[in-house]
Design a protein around this ligand. Sequence first.
Ligand SMILES: [Zn+2]
Length: 245
Amino acid sequence: MSTPDRYERQRKLPQIGDAGQHKLAEANVLIIGLGGLGSAAAMQLASSGIGHLVLNDFDIVETHNLPRQRIHRPATIGELKTESAKQTLNQLNPDCEIRLISHQLDEQELIEEIKKSEVVLDCTDNYESRFMINQHCHTLKTPVAYGAAIRLEGQTSFFLQQEDTPCYACLYNDSAQANEDCAGEGVLGSLPAIIGEMQALQTILYLTGNLHKDEHKLLLFDAIKLSWQEIRLQRNPACTVCGKS
Ligand SMILES: [Zn+2]
């Protein structure tokens, strides 16, 4: 199978090459949430040649989404975010196969979708969803590209969900849940896209065998200082999800 010229610059990289590009074309990636994080990540993954994307969201596009959710357009206000996103992704790269799930997944449905995926992008905006995604991805050993953005702060990490690697619950425990959200706290328009792009980048690195498997870190971005902070992560022996295994 010949690789289209569209990926020429990417294939030139020795770290990617034809083999890496082929892996991206074969990959199945699940994106949960099509807000600011998921919009940016989905557009980058589709553009970069990911072959199969599953998009999950049950919200509709609203006017106040537009500054940070560039996958949606004024013309798609009132439409399901999944349908709106698919229109944009089809234009960006018709070769990307897209499947939509436009309702909130229950636990069993989530498990089934994780089983079909090589990577899950957690682009949700609440702790309950993040803990549930982490729990099932840990059980199924499916990596999670995690991101969060609020006010002027963003964070991201890639949880491999393998033996001895840390998980989201090593970092946060469910008793520490806060009710902060972007609706109440605000968020700078460009911030979620920066974090979503990082989730896409880590996904591409993982799928092409370029992610450092022995370095587990949380990256924190300060949008005022324009600085990244790196925190080394280790498995928490007391973690309620991975600590007992
Ligand atoms: Zn853990």
